[in-house]
Design a protein around this ligand. Structure first.
Ligand SMILES: Cc1cc2nc3c(=O)[nH]c(=O)nc-3n(C[C@H](O)[C@H](O)[C@H](O)COP(=O)(O)O)c2cc1C
Length: 317
């Protein structure tokens, strides 16, 4: 069975312009979960990332909501439904200390009764289907193990699991034993998310978890934008052609941001966020990142990039 691939929400990177541009140059993703939104307003400026008229990607899009107050969640989910979004994702995974402290994101995971009450109230009102994105817990990985059996009777679309605790942020290893245990505790469709950064890693995980057919790629899918095609075995070209395709993607992304952002520093700052991941695919990438970090105008930025590509850097793809 062909795997179903998800573009992970990575706040600051996988926004609308990235998704649109990516899908002009690459194939392989079936779905993208969008970085979370956290307001109840209908104001277009606050919903710009999810506005249907701005979103041109050729994969399904699922907006994500961070609210833990059912009323706010329902208002936003209904707005999104009117925009055409038949599924919304509830963020129970955000590990940021500020968010966790407010009992939001992964900070809500220890409070399984609150989660159950929330779902009862919200599901009764929602026209949309709801999926969850969770971690193993806030501080303890037992949070999810306690919660999962309580979710079995809810009509959830699916549960995306990133097998770390919130306290871990993005450090340490993913806990595959705890993930395996999670599979045995749920009757919902499970999507795996965490550290898939190569075809080999994907093969190891898919061999270990044959009942999982949905895989979310985050940082690894940004670093290597060819990864979804590699996983799906979509024809692979030679390294020269791949580098050319990557360069065209870079130019189109830069142009996309240029049209939206005002000020050179803002534009370069945005490109830096993506380069933080991209450089990991290149030999000499660290040096390039340093050079880009010292850049404060577009001319110098373009010179730096052109010089780097002129030397035909060796890439992982
Ligand atoms: C900078 C950054 C921003 C993220 N933003 C979100 C977000 O908005 N919503 C969410 O559910 N997960 C978010 N994540 C988590 C990812 O979606 C993903 O689950 C996690 O990075 C593990 O997958 P990976 O190892 O493939 O990156 C973010 C991760 C990073 C590193």
């Amino acid at each position: 069975m062909k795997p179903i691939l998800y573009m992970a929400p990575i706040m600051g990177v996988t926004g609308c312009i990235y998704r649109n541009t990516y899908s002009q140059f690459f194939n392989g993703y079936d779905i993208a979960v969008m970085p979370f939104i956290n307001n109840t307003s209908k104001k277009k400026s606050l919903l710009s990332d999810v506005l249907p008229e701005r979103n041109k990607a050729n994969f399904e899009l699922v907006p994500q909501i961070l609210h833990k107050n059912p009323k706010d969640f329902i208002i936003l989910a209904k707005n999104l439904y009117e925009m055409g979004y038949k599924t919304v994702n509830w963020n129970l995974g955000c590990p940021l200390p500020m968010i966790r402290k407010k009992k939001k994101g992964s900070g809500l995971l220890p409070y399984s009764d609150e989660i159950v009450n929330f779902l009862k109230e919200v599901i009764a009102e929602l026209p949309n289907q709801i999926s969850l994105k969770v971690r193993l817990g806030s501080e303890e990985k037992s949070d999810l193990a306690n919660l999962l059996p309580m979710l079995n009777d809810f009509p959830l679309k699916e549960i995306i699991i990133h097998p770390r605790t919130g306290k871990q942020l993005y450090t340490g290893e993913v806990d595959l034993t705890a993930f395996e245990e999670s599979l045995s505790l749920t009757n919902h469709t499970i999507v795996y998310s965490g550290d898939i950064d190569s075809l080999e890693k994907y093969k190891i995980l898919s061999a270990r978890f044959p009942i999982v057919n949905r895989w979310m790629l985050g940082r690894g899918g940004i670093t290597n934008p060819f990864l979804p095609e590699q996983i799906k075995n979509i024809e692979s070209a030679n390294k020269d052609a791949n580098l050319k395709r990557f360069i065209s993607f870079h130019q189109a992304l830069l142009y996309g941001y240029q049209k939206e952002l005002s000020g050179q520093a803002h534009l370069i700052g945005k490109m830096k966020e993506v380069w933080r991941y991209w450089v990991k695919a290149f030999e000499g990438g660290d040096r390039l990142f340093l050079d880009i970090s010292r850049t404060n105008n577009v001319k110098k930025y373009l010179d730096t990039i052109e010089q780097f590509f002129r030397e035909k850097p060796s890439a992982r793809y």
